[in-house]
Design a protein around this ligand. Structure first.
Ligand SMILES: Nc1ncnc2c1ncn2[C@@H]1O[C@H](COP(=O)(O)OP(=O)(O)OP(=O)(O)O)[C@@H](O)[C@H]1O
Length: 443
């Protein structure tokens, strides 16, 4: 920067020096003329000034051009790139700058990979932080052959994730074979997994391939792995290590090329400590873990499920019904939500789902314990609406809470007041303010 300033200064100084020198020559000429020549020589003085003014002018033009077309752009460029290339590098300043750039690059990078994950898995609904993280993890692990363990309560989408994983893997052209370890009787599970030779047990009248062989070149989804009998866990571990199987009643090793994705709603760590699950198998499966939280912990996804439901069925969900869905407790998670929507759509006769259709479809009101959580969740959803008005929202909530307390107290205001921790007089005022007597005949 200093260099540029010196250049810029010189471009102004040069014309001044030129004009100074010319003025000096004029004055010298003037001096000699006044000493030696006649008065007529004074007439020649304007001609002496002429070269001086010309030189000043030319110097000025050169200086102006240098500043305008050469130095100024360079200076502007230096100014623009100054933060990238610090002139001086004070230890802390430099470090901060680098940290800032690293952070920006990191943020841009992670935003891009999140966007990529979203576009890679269009079937997975949800925009909550946990779903975004799950999709990002899926994006990373899908193209590898790593064993994946998916955990989460029933209905949280474990199988859905396994399908998405297979679709995005190198094995997508191969089969995705599912087996539910809990729904098959213990005695049959081994033959289901590894197949059997003809005559190996009563009823085995022909050779049958097991799920491992059927999944060759693809993915085997072992659902409810936590419920696999201990004896079979050992055999499964051997297969995972050696990548070969033996059919029941057979002695030939058959090589299988299978990627394992296992799922469970159980707490496997606990099962290991309680001796119900083999520790070595747990570590063999636990290479990459995907944890799906229950729907009640990601209520912000519910409007997205409703939107997806409307997109696929054409049945809209009213704002009030949506609020009620968001407030639900959903022990059956996404499966239950989708069932309620489907049932409500039947009651709505293909129109718009209203709150009465939800109750008809069996949606229970949020229980005592979930109420606060539900109110907060509803606030969070409504807050996203453009027309959100805090005062109106708070009034609506107050009215709903008062009604609820009155209902629970059989319309006895003093009891309702006690429940709500307000004095009876304040209750009376509020009941009057919202004209609750009119709405609730019990009061
Ligand atoms: N994120 C999601 N996006 C779209 N659909 C989902 C999502 N999560 C779950 N579902 C749907 O919810 C239903 C239940 O999901 P899924 O069967 O995958 O759950 P699960 O955790 O495997 O249940 P279970 O443990 O009982 O086998 C399915 O119809 C599935 O398509």
């Amino acid at each position: 920067m200093k260099k540029i300033q010196i250049h810029f200064g010189l471009s102004i100084l040069i014309p001044f020096i030129c004009s100074g020198l010319s003025l000096l020559s004029v004055l010298t000429g003037f001096h000699s003329a006044s000493k030696t020549a006649a008065h007529t020589q004074w007439l020649g003085l304007p001609f002496l000034f002429f070269p001086a003014s010309a030189m000043t002018l030319i110097g000025g033009i050169i200086g102006f051009l240098m500043a305008r077309f050469f130095l100024a752009p360079v200076e502007t460029f230096m100014e623009a790139t100054r933060p990238l290339v610090p002139e001086t590098s004070p230890p802390n300043g430099h470090e901060d700058e680098m940290q800032r750039y690293r952070r920006v690059f990191r943020e841009v990078g992670s935003a891009l990979s999140r966007m990529e994950a979203r576009t890679l898995f269009p079937d997975i609904v949800g925009e909550s932080q946990s779903i975004r993280e799950a999709l990002e993890a899926l994006r990373k692990v899908a193209p590898t052959d790593t064993t994946v363990l998916i955990t989460g309560e029933s209905g949280t989408g474990k199988e859905k994730m396994a399908e998405a994983l297979h679709k995005r893997s190198r094995r997508s052209a191969g089969p995705l074979i599912r087996i539910n370890c809990v729904s098959i009787p213990d005695g049959l599970l081994e033959s289901e997994l590894f197949g059997h030779e003809k005559g190996s047990f009563t009823g085995a009248d022909r050779m049958r391939k097991g799920k491992f062989e059927l999944a060759h070149g693809g993915t085997l989804f072992l659902d409810e792995i936590g419920d696999m009998p201990m004896a079979l866990q050992g055999k499964l571990l051997r297969v995972l290590q050696e990548k070969t199987i033996q059919r029941v009643g057979g002695d030939k090793d058959i090589t299988v090329d299978v990627r394992i994705v296992a799922a469970t709603h159980q707490n496997l760590e606990k099962a290991v400590t309680e001796g119900r699950f083999r520790e070595d198998l747990f570590y063999r499966l636990h290479v990459f873990r995907l944890m799906l939280p229950p729907l009640r912990e990601r209520r912000e996804d519910i409007p997205f499920f409703c939107r997806d439901f409307t997109r696929t069925t054409g049945v809209a969900v009213s704002g009030e019904a949506m609020a009620q869905l968001v407030a639900g407790s959903w022990p059956g998670n996404v499966r239950e939500l989708l069932n309620v929507l489907e049932g409500a759509a039947v009651f709505s006769e293909g129109g718009k789902i209203l709150t009465q259709h939800l109750s008809a479809a069996g949606l229970m009101a949020a229980g005592e314990s979930g109420r606060n959580e539900a109110v907060l969740a509803e606030a969070a959803v409504r807050f996203q609406e453009k027309s959100f008005q805090l005062d109106a929202f708070l009034k609506e909530m107050e009215k709903r809470i008062l009604m609820e307390a009155l209902k629970e107290s059989n319309g006895v205001q003093a009891r309702a007041a006690e429940k709500l921790g307000i004095n009876p007089r304040s209750m009376w005022h509020r009941v009057k303010k919202y004209a609750l007597q009119k709405d609730d005949p019990k009061t």
